[in-house]
Design a protein around this ligand. Structure first.
Ligand code: NAP
Ligand code: G4F
Length: 336
């Protein structure tokens, strides 16, 4: 059997980097779409995939340009395409709805339209999100739960989800969407709340900060480990028929609980450091998310393994180690 080829958009992000490693381990020839500027400054812009730069073929293209995506797909002729590239920060989507829509809606449309033209047998994965449920009217949320997005990010992902389903139904493309709940790791961007907390604690321990300013501490999320969630993406594209799958742990915690567990882990009292800042509240909040991944368990055989406490500990240890700080709960083993 010839070597399978995969193309990943968003390969420089948290999930892209874990997916790259998974596919390399499975013997794939991996191609990645990156922004042109990334190729000029790999040290900073490709930090998550630096160890694998000689094992992956990178192509510069823009999610805002149909011809550039068409060219890459025509040249690579992938068997599987994982579309992870997106403006993924919900807060920022309130500041700039336009760039969020351009990247997330047009980018998905251009990629699907090009796929249909030049690689119609390529299997396609769309990175859907629990933000599509937003103000959910049932708990827990599954594949049949109604969408009620609360940000332009959420709206853009509903549109990408609908585009993906429509290309499946109208043109027979093997196109699947993962509806992934929040997933984190030591590679999470610093702007997301979990990494903001663990890196903030490391800075406090290192004497570089005296407080941690956060927004809404009562928001609840279903947090899992990114390394496990990219396995679900791959499993979706191995199924004979395309479908949509919720991927979640089935357990939810508040931001406050994340804070408590994290500060506890290093023996600090969080009340002495955390300030709740109303200016960090969102204009429309998604208060609570909890996923039901029964379909993924039954059909893909997928289930989460990392516990909430293990996730917090792994992220904290990595951030403390990066700053060379020691603390009661921090071991010397290396995780990444
Ligand atoms: P991430 O770390 O923010 O990575 C996003 C990737 O998209 C990066 O490679 C980034 O490239 C690229 N990108 C952003 N804007 C772009 C643009 N205008 N043109 C081209 N590329 C662009 O996100 P992630 O956590 O890995 O998430 C991967 C995907 O899953 C995203 O689509 C996200 O919306 C979705 N998702 C994430 C979660 C989660 O909890 N992590 C849950 C559900 C769904 P640069 O490095 O050049 O910026
Ligand atoms: O970590 P967050 O920014 O993640 P959010 O908004 O849930 O989005 C992430 O998960 C989605 C899946 O559901 C992805 F689709 C999306 O791409 C992204 O990866 O915020 C989590 C919660 C929110 O309720 C927010 O209001 O934490 C609350 N929060 C409280 N203080 C904060 C802060 N969020 C951030 N980023 N920074 C704070 O200081």
């Amino acid at each position: 059997m010839s070597q399978r080829k995969a193309l990943i958009t968003g390969i420089t992000g948290q999930d892209g980097s874990y997916l790259l490693e998974l596919l390399l381990a499975k013997g794939y020839q991996v191609h990645g779409v990156v922004r042109r500027v990334a190729l000029e400054d790999p040290e900073h812009r490709m930090s998550r995939i630096l160890p694998h730069l000689n094992e992956v073929q990178l192509h510069s293209a823009s999610l805002e340009s149909y011809p550039s995506l068409h060219n890459v797909l025509a040249r690579v002729q992938p068997d599987e395409c994982y579309h992870l590239g997106a403006q993924s920060f919900v807060s920022y989507s309130f500041d700039d709805e336009f760039s969020t829509f351009n990247a997330n809606i047009n980018g998905t449309h251009y990629l699907l339209a090009a796929l249909k033209e030049v690689a119609p047998r390529c299997r396609f994965y769309f990175a859907g999100t629990s933000e599509m449920f937003g103000l959910a009217d049932e708990v827990p949320q599954n594949e049949r739960t109604r969408f009620h997005p609360r940000s332009s990010y959420g709206i853009s992902k509903v549109c990408g989800f609908d585009l993906t389903r429509n290309y499946r139904e109208a043109y027979g493309i093997h196109a699947s969407s993962g509806v992934l709940f929040n997933h984190e790791s030591p590679r999470r961007g610093f702007e997301f709340v979990t990494r903001k907390i663990t890196s903030g604690i490391a800075r406090i321990l290192a004497g570089q900060a005296t407080e941690l300013r956060l927004g809404n501490l009562e928001a609840r999320r279903d947090w899992g480990h990114a390394r496990e969630y990219v396995e679900a993406m791959w499993l979706m594209l191995q199924q004979p028929e395309p479908n949509d799958y919720v991927i979640a742990t089935g357990e939810s915690h508040s931001v406050r609980e994340f804070v408590e567990v994290a500060f506890d882990h290093v023996g600090l009292d969080w009340n002495a450091y955390v300030r709740e800042s109303p200016e960090l509240y969102r204009p429309a909040e998604v208060n609570s998310l909890l996923g039901d991944a029964s379909r993924a368990r039954a059909t893909l055989g997928w289930r989460p393994k990392t516990t909430f406490e293990q996730l917090v500990g792994e992220m904290l240890e990595a951030d403390c180690r990066a700053l060379g700080v020691a603390a009661p709960g921090i071991s010397s083993a290396h995780h990444r």
